[in-house]
Design a binder for this molecule. Structure first.
Ligand code: SF4
Length: 273
């Protein structure tokens, strides 16, 4: 039976509504408009289908970690980095992607943080949408999507949800809370912690936990975001000419890194270039 359509929420949607603390000046609500309300327009669809360099590096890094753990002997091989680079077909990537990903593979090979761990789940990074988790908040139902990179079991039985990072962005604790909320539905009887590990600078965050009342507060917030997003989509469908009022632009230096700068009439690319 096909799964019925439901409104949704995810960390990614939350991020498109509200930036992490300290990154407010980079935030632009119009990006959410392009990504979610206008994704079927051919030009927007083409832009959305193209990975940016940071996205490509993130995907290949995740896939690299996955490949290191597919063959139990891989991490014992002296040529493991070359072997994984071949599996990833790194030679077909741009020079900057190749350089960064090779460095990530070397880092991981020298400090394989999952080695010897009881890994329950390790994603390749290209699986697409995760299974939705149905959440009922009062009489409102929505699907929570949480694309978890890795889960391993600590020796005391605690589930450890690990999110791999690349680049220089700071960890956003909200993402950890979304994962912990997801884990409370997927593994309701097991205690869980979440952490972030940056594959480039090899920094591992402290484990983050959440009490039941914290999780409840996050669930309410996710339901609110989901509802608000659906309202915005409906408003746009009803009045497409109101696009800029429903999803206000925030032009500035951030336009330089925005995937929609070639089609956005508010882009300040020339000014900042
Ligand atoms: S180009 Fe600038 S104003 Fe337009 S969506 Fe991107 S960040 Fe917002």
């Amino acid at each position: 039976m096909p799964t019925p359509w439901r409104p949704f929420a995810s960390y990614n949607l939350w991020l498109q509504f509200a930036p992490p603390i300290g990154q407010e000046r980079w935030h632009c609500d119009m990006k959410r408009g392009f990504t979610k309300a206008r994704s079927r327009e051919p030009l927007v669809a083409t832009l959305l289908a193209t990975d940016t360099t940071p996205q490509r590096i993130g995907l290949l890094a995740q896939r690299g970690v996955y490949e290191f753990h597919q063959d139990p002997l891989m991490l014992y091989r002296s040529d493991a980095v070359t072997k994984v680079a071949e599996i990833l077909q790194l030679n077909q990537e741009s020079a900057v992607v190749q350089e960064r990903v090779i460095s990530i593979l070397k880092n991981y090979y020298s400090n394989p943080i999952l080695f010897g761990k009881n890994i329950i789940k390790l994603s390749r990074g290209d699986e697409g949408f995760p299974e939705p988790i149905l959440i009922e908040q009062g009489n409102y139902q929505f699907n929570l999507f949480a694309a978890i990179d890795c889960i391993f079991k600590e020796q005391d039985g605690t589930l450890h949800i690990l999110d791999f990072k690349t680049g220089q962005t700071d960890f956003d604790r909200r993402q950890a809370y979304v994962y912990l909320l997801a884990a409370s539905f997927l593994y309701p009887t097991q205690p869980a912690v979440a952490s972030f590990y940056n594959l480039e600078n090899q920094k591992w965050s402290d484990p983050i936990t959440a009490t039941a009342s914290h999780l409840n507060a996050f669930q309410i917030e996710m339901a609110r975001i989901s509802q608000q997003h659906q309202k915005d989509l409906q408003r746009y469908r009803h009045s497409p000419s109101e696009f800029k009022r429903i999803f206000p632009p925030n032009p500035g230096i951030n336009c330089q890194y925005c995937p929609f700068n070639s089609i956005c009439s508010f882009s300040e690319l020339e000014v900042s270039a």
